[in-house]
Design a protein around this ligand. Structure first.
Ligand SMILES: Nc1ncnc2c1ncn2[C@@H]1O[C@H](COP(=O)(O)OP(=O)(O)OP(=O)(O)O)[C@@H](O)[C@H]1O
Ligand SMILES: [Mg+2]
Length: 229
């Protein structure tokens, strides 16, 4: 990354342990990481090393044991839970390791939901949701339920859902993890296209070699720390 690149997120000496009674399981052990505006950053590492844990902390879904995450130099974990949730909903889009679509809602409803919470103008939201589903190639699947969609289609719905509030940052955990080659290529194309068109910042956890070859930067998680790769 050039020196002129603007830092959007700064992770400082981040530690996360899980506890089972008295027993401590240290997962992240002092992560320092800068994420730059508009970059496509990949995080790689062995299973169980803490990639999802790190992504969840960056996404404010969980709080660290110690250390901080700064957004535009503001320490985000100083906010109380309600404000943190508001910030998250507005600024961050998530594509989870398992798509987490709600089974009893249609593709269109799943995409719209995140915006319906914060607005009274449902009609505009549904229009926007439809446009996003069209963009990810699913205009013929608006009223399908998750169980009626293929794995790749579900993941594309999940991507559309992550974009509904026009977040500055999109965090994706193994977005191509459970997909065959063709669906995974379609999802990758979509992410690159989005990144180049929207200028949004993407942080993607992945095992996909094809993906890591085409991102701006790759960082590797080893034994609770970043080893630059
Ligand atoms: N809520 C939790 N409570 C206790 N331990 C947890 C919890 N979440 C994760 N862990 C443990 O923390 C470690 C890191 O988990 P994490 O899910 O972050 O790994 P990962 O790198 O994403 O792995 P994978 O590539 O398999 O998805 C693992 O050993 C896991 O068992
Ligand atoms: Mg994981």
């Amino acid at each position: 990354m050039p020196n002129s690149a603007e830092t959007i997120i700064r992770v400082v000496d981040l530690h996360k342990s899980y506890y089972d009674g008295e027993a401590e399981l240290p997962v992240l052990q002092g992560i320092n990481l800068e994420i730059y505006m508009s970059e496509l950053l990949a995080i790689v590492g062995a299973s169980g090393v803490g990639k999802s844990t790190l992504l969840h902390l960056i996404g404010t879904l969980d709080r660290p044991t110690t250390g901080s995450v700064l957004y535009d130099e503001h320490d985000i974990f100083t906010l109380p839970d309600t404000e943190l949730a508001r910030f998250r909903n507005k600024e961050i889009g998530f594509v989870f390791q398992f798509h987490h679509l709600l089974p009893e809602f249609t593709a269109l409803e799943n995409v719209a939901m995140g915006a319906l919470i914060t607005t009274s103008n449902d009609k505009t939201v549904y229009k926007e949701a439809e446009a996003l589903l069209d963009y990810v190639g699913l205009s013929e699947r608006l009223s399908h339920f998750p169980s009626q969609l293929s794995g790749g289609e579900r993941q594309r719905v999940a991507i559309a859902r992550s974009l509904i509030n026009k977040p500055k940052i999109v965090l994706a955990d193994e977005p191509t993890g459970n997909l065959d080659r063709r669906s995974s290529e379609a999802v990758l194309e979509l992410l690159w296209d989005l990144n180049s068109k929207s200028g949004q910042t993407f942080v993607i956890v992945t095992h996909n070699q094809e993906l890591t070859q085409q991102v701006d930067r790759v960082v590797q998680l080893v034994d609770g720390n970043i080893s630059s790769g």
